[in-house]
Design a protein around this ligand. Structure first.
Ligand code: BG6
Length: 484
């Protein structure tokens, strides 16, 4: 269906998020024909540029990404007709979001439906909401909508997240606020719900009765990529854990919602997230990459990156053990880890099964594992034992795979397409309610507190992370699955 006509206002229009992710996604939506003829984009930024130079810059970035096989954008050749049509709907407005005049000027350009997207640093979310509120831009036109999209960081701890939410909710209604987590835009993350709840062969095994533990990994080979000064204030934990990894955790561990409507889905997630116990002091490990070799090249250590304090104690790796207080997960720990400059780029979920109740064949050759590959070679793999050919009853490890690309045509998808579209359609099921922001902060609060002191453990760039993370599992008689 075509989304209702609306004006999409991009605050931070000259920034990286718009260039690398939002505009390519809008272009993809244009290609798929779901944009109404009345769809327009107003870019707002302090940068001193014209509408023409904004369009030209975006066009150049699209072409660059389309020809870069490593970019997440995979449009092949940019369709000139689509771009020309889209470019004609892009308008740039110079403005400072801390200045009321910006919003007064904006109000003159907008009537009808509007989506306000904060593609700016977190400290500007509240000023933008206030500016919009004062200029009357959050008042919904008769029968129409005014929506505010914000993206992490939603605060930097529980108190600031609560304060931000209170502030936003004093200016707009909850149903006007769309909190984006781009991991929920990933096909493979959405697919977890279908895998679990549309099949009979997985869900019955998805519990403490059969599972030994679960691992959630988001490993990156990238370093901080020129974002040193941002990262110095964030660190791996705040950057990835209470947001992206907890969203994956919720998809993997939530109870089935009553239906796929936003209320039921968000209620089910909320219940799960609020059942995660705050992290215990012994259950957290932090690391920081030191110099090392990766992909055949020498990589500098984090402390030598531009914008980073040479004595920085900020972690670039975090691993946690979590317990969930629900009957389904009693006694089944969830181990989470994320880090930069690791040996491989890999986002995966591993469900490791218990051994059979009756060990007819003795200890198996490998634990049964079901692995969901979220990025890279997307799909699902099972690892199990089978009888080794030949006389006797020896076991041999085997594996079976479902590769997403064997079944489905590759559709360009950066992840923001479905989120932008859902926002225009008014479907908030893939967005987060305030409770899904606050509960994870409460879980990691002890970690934030503990990591105010001490030092992260160094690990060489190109390794699998700090040895403390291996010890975290070894202590429980377990081991991380390889990064692959
Ligand atoms: C972002 C983080 O939110 O997610 C980055 O700020 C990280 O540090 C990125 O690299 C990972 O996202 P993806 O989609 O590349 O796995």
């Amino acid at each position: 269906a075509i989304a209702p006509a609306c004006t999409l206002v991009l605050f931070g229009a000259a920034g990286d998020l718009v260039k690398r992710l939002l505009m390519p996604s809008i272009y993809d939506l244009a290609v798929s024909g779901v944009l109404d003829p009345g769809f327009r984009v107003v870019g707002v930024d302090r940068a001193d540029i014209s509408t023409q130079s904004w369009r030209d810059g975006l066009n150049a970035a699209l072409h660059e990404m389309a020809s870069d096989p490593a970019a997440e954008f995979n449009a092949g050749a940019i369709r000139e007709d689509v771009w020309q049509d889209l470019a004609g709907r892009l308008e740039f407005m110079r403005g400072d979001v801390t200045d009321d005049a910006t919003f007064e000027a904006l109000a003159k350009r907008i009537d009808g439906n509007a989506v306000f997207y904060c593609a700016v640093a977190g400290r500007f979310f509240a000023p933008i909401a206030e500016g919009l509120g004062k200029a009357g831009l959050l008042r919904r036109p008769g029968g129409g909508f005014r929506r505010l999209v914000i993206e992490k960081p939603f605060g930097d701890d529980l108190a600031s997240a609560r304060a931000l939410d209170a502030e936003l909710l004093s200016l707009a209604a909850e149903e006007q606020i769309y909190r984006i987590d781009h991991f929920l835009g990933k096909e493979t993350v959405q697919a977890i719900l279908a895998l679990r709840f549309a099949n009979r062969i997985f869900e019955p095994l998805w519990s403490a009765e059969h599972l030994d533990h679960v691992q959630i990994t988001a490993a990156e080979t990238l370093g901080v990529e020129g974002r040193g000064s941002f990262y110095e204030r964030a660190g791996a934990l705040r950057d990835m854990v209470p947001n992206h990894l907890f969203q994956i955790l919720a998809m993997v561990a939530m109870e089935p919602p009553a239906d796929l409507g936003e209320r039921a889905v968000r209620d089910a997630k909320g219940r799960l997230l609020s059942a995660v116990r705050p992290v215990a002091p012994d259950d957290m490990v932090r690391g920081q990459y030191a110099a090392g070799s990766l992909g055949g090249a020498h990589r500098v250590g984090y402390r030598e990156e531009p914008g980073v304090d040479p004595r920085s104690r900020v972690e670039t790796y975090a691993a946690l053990k979590l317990d969930i207080d629900t009957p389904r997960w009693a006694g089944v720990p969830f181990y989470l880890r994320t880090g930069k400059r690791l040996a491989a780029h890999c986002t995966q979920i591993v469900l490791q099964f218990k051994p059979p109740a009756h060990a007819l064949f003795g200890a198996g050759s490998q634990p049964n594992r079901l692995t969901l590959h979220i990025d890279g070679d997307k799909g699902l793999r099972t690892a199990f034992d089978i009888k080794a050919p030949g006389p006797g009853w020896a076991l041999a490890p085997v594996a079976e795979a479902f590769r997403h690309d064997d079944f489905f045509e590759h559709v360009p998808n950066i992840g923001y397409e479905s989120l932008l579209y859902a926002c225009m359609m008014g479907d908030a099921s893939l967005f987060q309610r305030a409770d899904a922001i606050e509960a994870p902060w409460a879980v990691v609060e002890p970690v934030l507190e503990a990591w105010k002191a001490g030092e992260p453990e160094p690990y060489p760039a190109g390794s699998a992370g700090p040895s403390g993370a291996d010890a975290l599992l070894a202590r429980d008689g377990r081991a991380w699955a390889p990064l692959q």
